[in-house]
Design a protein. Structure first.
Length: 301
């Protein structure tokens, strides 16, 4: 285990930088999809290296559900300031107010799926032809079906059976008017690769990744972060627990896990020893066996 902590495979960094530069060369208006999580933070650092000593030529696109962790929003604004980035924010609330998206209700209501409407609108409004995302093949089985340059049709939809072969590192960015491409520079990385890279690069990350005391609601064995966005039944207790978050998403779909990991080394050791997948704490992936693939087919990240 200790051997794994010592060295990050720099060939992965080289590949990711190559992909980012190809996106810059082949598309007119690329952007980086930014959630505030570890993967998109890694993308920003890779983009910095890809264009050093120049500035990152891509804007960041953040789809704000209105139910985000405040720590994530504060970190996003700090990073934009620190690195000198352009920030585009699409607000889910705007689409709810305009009747383009319908608020969910009930015990497991979430705005996470509503992000698709806002994302597609933001892509269209800003004429983005490529969106770089931090998805990895080891995250979820639908992610493993993606190409590095993954084509979306003029409705923003993804068809797993209609993707181009990528042979000998050849990335084909040719698209028809109205189409756009999702680009996944860290597709071949694992969760551990990302954490080791964050450690070696000494990257700042939101504080919710580290163990902290938070009010949670335990439901069906899952710890939900308590907030005004979470439906709490009369017989459900709100109590403080020491937790951290392994993945960052909407507060209404991202559960916490008990943890005492307060350093990057401890987080890495914890992940090496876990038997639960990274997205095992995401309720949006538990709605059905093919939940992620169905969301992606309609235009999700």
């Amino acid at each position: 285990m200790r051997e794994y902590l010592k060295e990050f495979p720099r060939a992965l960094e080289d590949e990711a930088i190559y992909i980012i530069r190809e996106a810059a060369a082949q598309f007119q208006r690329p952007a980086i999809l930014f959630s505030g999580g570890k993967d998109s933070i890694t993308l920003v650092r890779l983009a910095q290296k890809a264009f050093y000593p120049g500035k990152v030529p891509f804007p960041l696109v953040h789809i704000d559900t209105g139910h985000n962790f405040i720590e994530t929003i504060e970190f996003r604004d700090w990073l934009v300031n620190e690195v000198g980035l352009e920030l585009i924010v699409g607000h889910v609330q705007d689409d709810i107010d305009a009747g383009r998206a319908t608020e969910e209700t009930g015990k497991f209501a979430s705005r996470n799926t509503l992000q698709t409407v806002t994302l597609l609108r933001t892509i269209e409004e800003h004429k983005l032809d490529a969106c770089l995302g931090g998805a990895r093949r080891d995250e979820e089985k639908a992610r493993a079906k993606e190409r590095i340059f993954s084509v979306r049709d003029d409705f923003g939809q993804w068809d797993a059976k209609n993707q181009r072969p990528e042979l000998f590192d050849y990335l084909n960015g040719r698209i028809q008017p109205g189409e756009n491409v999702r680009v996944f520079p860290i597709s071949n990385w694992t969760e551990l690769d990302v954490w080791n890279y964050i450690k070696e690069e000494n990257l700042a990350i939101p504080s919710i990744y580290f163990a902290h005391t938070r009010q949670v609601v335990e439901r069906e064995g899952i710890l939900w972060p308590y907030s005004d966005f979470i439906y709490v039944e009369a017989d459900e207790a709100i109590e403080p627990k020491q937790v951290r978050f392994r993945t960052v998403g909407d507060m209404s779909c991202t559960a916490a896990l008990p943890s005492s990991a307060s350093t990057l080394e401890q987080i890495i050791e914890e992940i090496i020893g876990t038997t639960v997948s990274e997205r095992g704490t995401r309720m949006d992936d538990k709605r059905s066996e093919a939940a992620m693939e169905l969301r992606k087919a309609s235009g999700y990240f």
